[in-house]
Design a protein. Structure first.
Length: 103
């Protein structure tokens, strides 16, 4: 049995950390739906292969997260780390952006 994995790219700038995570099988693919088209590029999402626990930990530590893929988005919503109201769908693929603001 093969475990489905994710691809994570970390971007550090000064004191902030942004993470881009996609379902592994989407990397390099183009998603289309309702007049929209998004390419899940290796230059934007490409990075290290991670499992679910590692992906969720990266999101917890980050200041912002860009998520592409039904599997990762569903897991983040299930973990109460993002709102289902913020989820967008293109074709059959879910997307979610998370921004954390410090007071």
């Amino acid at each position: 049995m093969t475990t489905k994995r994710y691809i994570a790219r970390l971007i550090r700038h000064e004191s902030t950390l942004m993470v881009n995570i996609c379902d592994e099988e989407l990397l390099g693919k183009t998603v289309k739906g309702k007049g929209l088209e998004i390419h899940i590029s290796k230059s934007y999402f490409g990075g290290n292969q991670v499992n679910l626990v590692e992906a969720l930990n990266l999101i917890r530590k980050s200041n912002s997260a860009n998520l592409a893929g039904t599997r990762i988005v569903e897991q983040v919503v299930k973990a109460n780390m993002g709102s289902r109201l913020a989820v967008k769908k293109i074709g059959s693929v879910l997307f979610l952006m998370i921004f954390k603001f410090n007071s």
